[in-house]
Design a protein around this ligand. Sequence first.
Ligand code: ARG
Length: 561
Amino acid sequence: MGYKKYIAEKLNLTSVSVEDVASFIEVPPQLDLGDYALPCFKLSKLLKKSPVIIAEDLAKTFVSDEVISSCTATGGYLNFKVNRDGFAFSVLNEVLSLSDKYGSDSIGNGKTICIDYSSINIAKPFHIGHLSTTVIGSALCKIFRFLGYKVVGINHLGDYGTQFGKLIVAFKKWSSFEAVERDRLKELTRIYVKFHDEAKLNPALDDEARHYFKLIEDGDKESNELFTLFKRITLEEVEKIYKLLNVTFDSYAGESFYNDKMDVIVDELREKGLLKTSDGASIVDLDEYGMPPCLILKSDGSSLYATRDIAAATYRKKTYDFDKCLYVVAYQQNLHFKQFFKVIELMGKDWAKDLVHVAYGMVSLEDGAMSTRAGKVVLLEDVIAKTIEKAYKVIEEKNPNLPDKDRTARAVGTGAVIFGALCNNKIKDIVFSYDRVLSFEGETCPYVQYTVARCNSVLNKCTDEFSNFTVENMTADEYAVISEIARFKEVVKNAGDKYEPSLVTRYALDLATAFNKFYINCKIAVDDKKLRAFRLAITKSVKTTLTNALTLLGIETVEQM
Ligand code: ARG
C-alpha cells in the first residue's frame, strides 16, 4: 500500500529521500492521535534540529487533501489521519486480491539467510527442550521466505563425538537390531543410560568406547554401519514430529559433515598467528575480549564443538553466500557463540558481523519436570500426543457432530503447542501448561483458530458476492478491524528484523480480538445489501489475514470447530 510513500512524497523533504522517510513512518498502536505517525527523532540527526521543532515545522506547511485528512504535531511526532473510507477500501481490496500473498514483501529479494535450528543430537531423545528452537527457527524460515529472502534451513545434527563409541559398545553388549528397529529412540536411550551406569563400575568400558569411536573416524565398515543405523533411527523418529509441526529443512549437514573441513581452518588459524598451546591443547586466546579461550584442538589432536562451528560457518558462507546466518540456540550457549564469532572476526572475515545468535529461554512443564534433567526427560512426542488427545476430548464435549474430528484435534493440539511456545518474547523462560494452551479463552491458539472458523461459518451462510463492496460511514468497530488488518505487513517485517515470531502470534490475537468485538457489535448478515457486502469483505479479509499469520507460525486452520 502506498500510504507511507504518499505521505513521504507530500512532506517533500529535500535532504532526506522519500524511501527513507517512508521507512520511518509507523502505524501507531493506539489510533486516537492518528492512523500513521512519523517519529521525528529519526530525522533530527539529518536535519540537525530537535524532533519537536521538526514536527511543528512540518505540520505548519502540510496541506491536507482527499487522501490525508489531517497532519498534527504532538511532542516529537507528526500524526496523520487518513481519509478512512478510502483507506478501508484500499486495505480490503489489497487483501482480497493478494489472498495468501497478503502481508508478503519483496524486501528480501536477492538476499540469502541461513537458519540453523532444531539441530538435534543423534541417538538422544527429542525432548521438550528442543521445542523452542524447532518452532522459532521454522517460523523464522517461513517469515523470511514471505519477505522474499532465499532461506536455507539447516539442521546442524549433533552426530559426532565419543558418545557414538559408547553406543556401539552398549549395542554390542545389551541390544540387537530387532530391539533397535522395534523400540527405536527409546532403545537407544535405554542402552546409552545403561552404558553410563555400567561404566561407573567398570571404567574399562570407556576405553572400549574410545576405541570404537576411533574406528568410526578411521572409516571401519562395521562401526560406520552401526553409526548410520543410529542416525537413521533418530531421523525417522524426529521426522514424524517435524511433519506434525510443519517443519522442513534444506540441509541436514551436521557436525560430522565437517570432519574433512577442519584441517584448513586449523591451518589458517595457525598461519594467522591466532593459535596458542595451553596444556597441550590448541586455543585462541580471547582474554583481551573478556572471554575464556576458545578451544580448537584437544591435546590428543581431536576437534571440538567450536572447531566444527567455525568450519560450518565458513562452509555456509562459501556455499550459500549468505547475507545473514542465524543460530536459533538456547541462551545457555551464549558464550560459545560469542567466542566463535569473535574467532571468525579475528581471522579477518568481514562476514563475522552477519552471524547472529538468536537466543531463547527454557521450557519446563508445570508439574516441575525439567526438560534436561537426566532420567526425567519429557519427550516432545508425548507432549504433542497428550495435547492432541486433550483437544479431541474437548471437541467430543463441545461439538460431538463435527466431521473429521481427528484432523481437527491434530490441528488444534499441535497448533496449541506451537502457539504456546511462540506466544511470548523468545528470551523468556516458559512453563508449559496443557490446560492453558488448550483454553478457548485468553491468549491461545484455539481462540484464534475458533475465530477463523467463525469467519468461515459467516461466509458459508452468506454466499453473495462481496468483491464489489463499497465503504460508507464506517463504525469504530469496523475501522478497528481494518486498521488491524492493515498492520500485518509491518508486523511481519518487524518479526523478521527482530527475529521475533511472537510478534506474529501477538498480532493474530489482536486481530482476532478486534474481529470478535466487531462480530458481537455489528450484525454481518443484514438486509442492506451494500452494508452486508462491506461486512462480508471484512470477514473474508480477517480470515485470510489470520490464516496467513498462522501459516507463518506453522499452524493449520480448521474450517469448523
Ligand atoms: N546440537 C546442539 C545442542 O543440542 C545444538 C547445535 C546448535 N547449532 C550450532 N551450529 N552450534 O546443544
